[in-house]
Design a protein around this ligand. Structure first.
Ligand SMILES: O=P(O)(O)OC[C@H]1O[C@H](O[C@H]2O[C@H](CO)[C@@H](O)[C@H](O)[C@H]2O)[C@H](O)[C@@H](O)[C@@H]1O
Length: 364
């Protein structure tokens, strides 16, 4: 657990981020060209150390890389103690249903590790047919969005459902439902596109000597995967990434599940994307709305934290290992996520049919 505190995550500046929020227009195109202005930039002390070439900076990233590989089987009592703080969303379903009673539930779903199991090859992290149907069911009954580090186009292809909102590149590329993938609602880091494309090429070139390393272009951010890299080479890989980023002070580095993630230093994240979507849907500040956010990764913590701070909405962390989290509930893996989504839909159907039969009784 102690290692998990070693996170490349600067503090949020909520005021500046709020300044970037558009009005509550439902479909307004909001490409914030000024997003890279000083007020929107963010930087961490760690970023500064990393860039200054501090001797411990690379080992620091290396520690973060190790922290993203938690032990596979936690002690049974440790897990039990953790689930007392973050109970299973399945075992506590009735409690969640009680919180949702009389409210509009809005469902936000992370992709990798939440809807699809983690696999070695990021290009084959497919969603199962059963999971797709579960998500389709959710979208038929609730406003729903996928919020992911992937680029929108790739995740749309994987999920294959046009009825959802999609927030790709860690919320930096938001599109509305419909088959027209061009229909952008928000791109707060648009001006970073050329730089991201340039850094992608530089990283591919630099890391090609590290067997197993892989750079993924997620349009507004980049992923350097080290799942297939021998642990002995993690530190040299961190050094290669550091060398490239030294020339790009407007980019920052986070770590995810065996991946180093590079993105624009703007105050935007999955939490801001969820706030934007709630606002766009006209649900902002309403006490009769219950957002549910399901995710497994560190970047999902920004959304959990936002919901906790707003005091409404529930975060559900997908993890088999105890972890420091702002989520209220937990689920172990995508299979449990699917079961939870089915239960949510059943609950909604029961409520809709019981309210229509009471309406019929009232009419008789
Ligand atoms: O926000 P997410 O939807 O969770 O995306 C985060 C990253 O997910 C992907 O990487 C992770 O899943 C891969 C496939 O299972 C796995 O090989 C990798 O080790 C994981 O880190 C995706 O490839 C990244 O680009 C996303 O940033």
């Amino acid at each position: 657990m102690a290692n998990q505190d070693v996170v490349l995550r600067p503090d949020m500046d909520g005021i500046a981020a709020a300044a970037a929020m558009p009005g509550s227009s439902n479909r307004a195109i909001f490409a914030c060209r000024g997003a890279a202005s000083t007020s929107l930039r963010r930087r961490s002390a760690v970023d500064d150390e990393f860039r200054a070439g501090s001797p411990c900076a690379t080992s620091w990233v290396f520690q973060a890389m190790r922290a993203s590989s938690p032990p596979r089987s936690p002690a049974v009592d440790e897990y039990a103690a953790w689930t007392r703080k973050h109970p299973s969303a399945l075992a506590s379903f009735e409690q969640i249903a009680a919180a949702a009673k009389g409210k509009q539930v809005v469902v936000f779903l992370d992709y990798d590790g939440t809807l699809s199991p983690i696999v070695a090859d990021p290009d084959t992290a497919f969603i199962s047919g059963e999971m797709r149907e579960a998500v389709r069911g959710v979208a038929q009954h609730f406003p729903a969005a996928i919020v992911t580090g992937r680029c929108v186009e790739k995740v749309c292809n994987f999920v294959g459902l046009s009825e959802l909102y999609y927030a790709g590149s860690h919320g930096m590329d938001i599109k509305g439902p419909g088959s027209n993938a061009e229909e952008v609602l928000l791109q707060p880091a648009r001006e970073f596109l050329p730089v991201i494309a340039e850094v992608y090429e530089a990283l591919v070139e630099k890391t090609k000597t590290t067997p197993g390393a892989r750079v993924e272009n997620n349009k507004f951010c980049l992923s350097v995967h080290f799942r297939c890299v021998d642990e002995k080479r993690w530190s040299p890989l961190a050094e290669q990434v550091k060398e490239v980023l030294r020339d790009y002070p407007d980019l920052r580095l986070n770590e995810g599940r065996k991946v180093l993630e590079i993105r624009p230093s703007i105050m935007w994240d999955k939490g801001k994307a969820v706030e934007f979507l709630l606002q766009s849907l006209g649900f902002d500040g309403r006490s009769d709305v219950l957002p549910l956010y399901l995710g497994d990764d560190r970047t999902d913590e920004d959304a959990f934290k936002m919901l906790r701070k707003r005091g409404h909405g529930l975060g559900i962390l997908v993890s088999k290992c105890p972890r420091e989290t702002d989520a209220s509930y937990s689920l172990q893996d995508p299979t449990e996520v699917m079961e939870f989504l089915h239960r949510l839909v059943q609950w909604k159907r029961r409520r809709s049919s019981s309210s229509s039969s009471s309406a019929m009784r009232a009419r008789v």
